[in-house]
Design a protein around this ligand. Structure first.
Ligand code: ZN
Length: 218
């Protein structure tokens, strides 16, 4: 095998690389609050290992909550109509969900399965995953997250119906409170034909099961 040469014009950003300390007033205030939280839990914010923690937390927060800077309308606004009359289900299964519960600001993680039945227009498949990301990367409750994804697809694509199932484990339930580390929460939101037609709904649920099985024989 020949050697592979990697050419990077830009330096690779790795989490361990030091990043600049933000200077905008909102970030400065947030870093001061992180220091206060470190003291609150009994830590010394000035010890070596924690000195850069407020800065890292603020950077991490920007990633965790980047959804506030994005709009589903931008992702779902570009549609395609050359689909030769395709009018059956479009389904994307196993989309990663990384979100934070708005009650405790701790993660809940899992999968989303998103479907719609087009009424003359479709979107790029990656846009469905993007919509999940836009609403996940905010403070959430799982029920609202599920509804927001389905409502965005229904509003912007105007399909015959939309269906969303989210399955997640909530860290606030796993490691504190009732301590149920193995409990999964499942929520679903159906619109249009998925709500009205039991056969369409059953097909969606059956396809989700198939979609979740590991690929065999490939
Ligand atoms: Zn919670």
């Amino acid at each position: 095998m020949g050697s592979v040469r990697f050419m990077h014009r830009e330096p690779i950003i790795r989490p361990s690389m030091p990043r600049e300390t933000p200077t905008d007033p909102a970030s400065v205030a947030a870093m001061a609050n992180v220091r206060a939280m470190l003291s609150f839990i009994g830590e010394d914010p000035d010890r070596e290992g924690l000195r850069d923690t407020p800065k890292r937390v603020v950077h991490a927060m920007r990633e965790h909550f980047v959804g506030y800077t994005m709009d589903a309308a931008d992702e779902l606004g570009r549609t395609f109509t050359e689909i030769d009359g395709y009018d059956q289900m479009v389904l994307l299964t196993g989309i990663d969900v990384h979100s934070h519960c708005e009650h405790h600001m701790v993660p809940f993680v899992g999968k989303a399965h998103v479907a719609y039945i087009p009424d003359g227009k479709v979107v790029g498949l990656s846009k469905l995953a993007k919509v999940v990301e836009i609403y996940s990367k905010r403070l959430q409750v799982q029920e609202k997250l599920t509804a927001q994804i389905a409502n965005a697809i229904q509003t912007h694509l105007q399909p015959l119906g939309a269906a969303v199932v989210v399955q997640a484990r909530h860290f606030c339930m796993c490691y504190r409170g009732v301590r149920q580390p193995h409990a999964w929460t499942t929520t679903s939101k159906l619109t249009g034909i998925f709500l009205e037609d039991p056969a369409t709904r059953s097909e969606f649920l059956r396809l989700i099961e198939i979609g979740q099985q590991p690929a065999s024989g490939w």
